[in-house]
Design a protein around this ligand. Structure first.
Ligand SMILES: [Zn+2]
Length: 237
């Protein structure tokens, strides 16, 4: 049996609560970069949508320019054929030329319809692009604000952690080294909780009853006792 002073007992209790608080802050600090990364990927997604809308609009404009060039070529050809009408010698050639002019005319009219359709598509694509850009802008502002909050929170938490760590070091310095080693071993084996109170003969660590004799002995403060079930250090308040 290890004898223990009230001071050492209180130091261990304080050490444990400080360590648990520090672990909580470390957990928060560990999550913050993940939150920032999630925001980044959200922004990357919005960026990709803008890029895709942009290329859709550009594709449609290119298609329109091609149609327009084709249409103009057709118009020129028709013009040329019309001039040729004056110089044909036979009726057969004349009819053939007329037929060709008519064909070119209907091809041009189909192209005109296609161009109008394409203009509608361009309008839709440009609207979609504007929407995507505005979503991106909103998202970017939101993410920048969130990132500043995350940075600020990280700064505050780090400061708190530093304070707790220096408290932990100060307590550990004052604690009996042999007890500290025992505390660390039990802590490691018991999910981070090495010392627990006993309340009405029930261990707060494992919630099992401790034998009455041990419970009575616990009221003598000068002996370190372990719970016979979970092997944590126990004490009564
Ligand atoms: Zn127990």
């Amino acid at each position: 049996m290890t004898s223990i002073t009230r001071e050492n007992l209180e130091l261990m209790i304080e050490l444990q609560s400080t360590e648990i608080e520090a672990a909580g802050i470390e957990a928060v600090l560990a999550v913050l970069p993940e939150q920032a990364a999630a925001l980044e990927s959200e922004l990357a997604h919005a960026t990709a949508i803008v890029a895709s809308r942009k290329s859709q609009a550009a594709e449609l404009k290119k298609k329109y320019r091609e149609l327009e060039a084709e249409f103009e070529k057709g118009q020129a050809r028709r013009q040329k054929r019309q001039t040729q009408l004056h110089s044909v010698k036979t009726n057969k050639d004349y009819q053939a030329l007329l037929k060709e002019i008519e064909d070119i005319g209907s091809a041009c009219s189909r192209m005109e319809d296609e161009m109008l359709e394409c203009l509608d598509d361009i309008e839709d694509a440009e609207k979609a692009l504007a929407d995507a850009e505005s979503t991106y802008g909103e998202k970017k502002a939101h993410i920048e604000r969130k990132n500043r909050e995350i940075e600020k929170q990280a700064g505050v938490e780090k400061e708190k952690l530093q304070l707790l760590q220096s408290t932990i070091a100060r307590i550990a310095d004052r604690l009996d080294p042999k007890l500290k080693r025992q505390y660390d071993t039990i802590k490691q084996n018991s999910g981070g909780v090495a010392i627990v109170s006993v309340n009405g003969a029930v261990c707060k660590g494992c919630h099992l009853n401790i034998p009455p004799q041990l419970y009575n002995e616990l009221h003598r403060e000068n002996e370190l006792r372990l719970c016979p079930h979970c092997y944590r250090m126990i004490y009564v308040l």
